[in-house]
Design a protein around this ligand. Structure first.
Ligand SMILES: Nc1ncnc2c1ncn2[C@@H]1O[C@H](COP(=O)(O)OP(=O)(O)OP(=O)(O)O)[C@@H](O)[C@H]1O
Length: 332
């Protein structure tokens, strides 16, 4: 269990530079077996918090406890055995291959000689395999793409076989299927190995779908903890991320952009055509209104789209023509 007790994080003052207190009075718990996802707008302090949890920078106040012991009481080797961290590093040691870099994760376990046993090699193979980096094993790390490097850094953390793993935006450079796969892997590892996993991301939609627990830092610096559904239902997600032109729609779990001059649109269509039509009309500047009167009614007849606006019917055989027209009408 990783616990935050009255924790304040930030940067101490130096010479003429005043101290910068980024977050204060944090109370939270990340349980083994859970995927805990840290979200929050830019600059709210996610990286600062993760670095503090990893012991890479001192807390300004309060404590971080791992299984009840303050992390400041652990010596460096013990801390490296128990906590792995994946930061958004770009400067990696030159001349190392991806496999050698992953092997560095074994160092806290290899003792004085640093020699890797067959068991260590097996862990390294496993870590490269599960992160989808096995094919990169012999490539120099300095020649990897951003996404490839991210996989290898994650492999290094797994090779450490820690009890807690902290990752700062590990999905940032990954393509969409790989993002989902990595988050899925982290959740599986949390469950199977009873690991504490705390991962930050800007991918709110994925976070809300996959996290067991969310830690949300709001723009005022308060930390909210709960399941994705709790934080959605109590309005915390909306209050933190909604903007003038963007709303988080709880039911669909996606952000919706709304334009100016929007009216309501009712869609009649079967199957997946209906939500797709609603999405296309939303993009065109209309607000879907499943029931009741609407400014625009669109019906899929089986052959064409019939749109009724101000008592006049218009017929479109293609969705592109319908949305072009709807966009024009929305701005009329
Ligand atoms: N070395 C530093 N010294 C002083 N202030 C810093 C330092 N590093 C970051 N900050 C400030 O601390 C605040 C939090 O930064 P942090 O990088 O933790 O935010 P974040 O939530 O991870 O942001 P992002 O989503 O953009 O990655 C920001 O205002 C940032 O300017």
């Amino acid at each position: 269990m990783l616990s935050l007790r009255s924790l304040s994080v930030g940067y101490p003052g130096r010479r003429r530079r005043p101290a910068r207190r980024v977050l204060e009075g944090l109370e939270a718990v990340a349980r083994p077996g859970d995927l805990t996802v840290l979200i929050g707008p830019n600059g709210t302090g996610k990286s600062t918090l993760l670095r503090t949890l990893a012991g890479l920078q001192p807390a300004l106040e309060g404590q971080v406890l791992l299984d009840g012991s303050p992390i400041t009481a652990l010596d460096e080797v013990e801390r490296a055995r128990r906590i792995a961290v994946v930061l958004t590093e770009r400067d990696l040691p030159a001349l190392l291959t991806a496999r050698e870099l992953t092997g560095l994760g074994r160092h806290p376990h290899t003792g004085f000689t640093g020699r890797l046993t067959a068991a260590d090699q097996a862990v390294i193979d496993w870590a490269l395999q599960v992160t989808g980096a096995a094919h990169l094993a012999h490539r120099p790390v300095t020649e990897l793409s951003d996404g490839e490097r991210q996989r290898v850094l994650t492999a290094r953390a797994l090779a450490q076989e820690p009890s807690a793993i902290l990752l700062d935006e590990p999905t940032a450079f990954l393509d969409v299927p790989s993002r989902v796969a990595l988050m899925g892997l982290l959740r599986r590892l949390a469950r199977e190995r009873s690991l504490v996993v705390v991962v930050s991301t800007h991918d709110l939609e994925l976070a809300l779908r996959i996290a067991d627990r969310i830690w949300l830092i709001d723009p005022a610096g308060a930390l909210h903890c709960g399941t994705p559904e709790e934080l959605t239902l109590n309005g915390t997600i909306g209050a933190s991320f909604d903007g003038e032109e963007l709303t988080f729609e709880a039911a669909s779990g996606v952000f919706v952009l709304h334009g100016k001059g929007r009216g309501t649109a009712r869609v009649t269509a079967d199957g997946t055509r209906r939500p797709l039509l609603e999405r296309a009309l939303t993009r065109a500047g209309w607000h879907p209104s499943p029931e009741g009167p609407a400014d625009l009614a669109v019906t899929w007849t089986g052959e064409a789209y019939e749109a009724v606006r101000d008592g006049t019917a218009h017929r479109f055989t293609s969705l592109a023509d319908l949305t072009d027209w709807a966009r024009h009408e929305a701005n009329r």
